[in-house]
Structure formats: structure tokens, C-alpha cells
Design a protein around this ligand. Sequence first.
Ligand code: ZN
Length: 67
Amino acid sequence: MLEKLKDHFKEAELICSKCGRMVEDGERFSVTLVKPSDKQMPVGQLDKMLAKRAVNISCSDCSGEAS
Ligand SMILES: [Zn+2]
């Protein structure tokens, strides 16, 4: 049970806020972030940080980017 929970949190899933699709590796996407103060500055892997911090995520389809 605990191991499963750990696995879940290990996966940083970036989900598109508009269509609910998961942003895949190598895909271009857009995020809206709030600038953190120096004390709250997130460190670590970018995808994990974004999954936690992003206000809005748009996949390549929804952000209008052609990939
Ligand atoms: Zn989307």
C-alpha cells in the first residue's frame, strides 16, 4: 500500500488543463506559473516542480503549437 503510494508520487504527471490529456515526453507544452519568492523557490526535477506548481498546463494541441 505504502509502496504504491510512493510510486504514485514519484510519477510527475503533467496533465493538460484544457483537454485532460497527459503531456508526453518530448512534447511541447505551455505552462502558467506564479513567480515564487526566493524562500519558496522550487528546486528539483522540472517536471515534478511543474506538476506541483503550474497554475495552468496546455498540451501542444491546446496551446496552438504545431509539433
Ligand atoms: Zn490539451
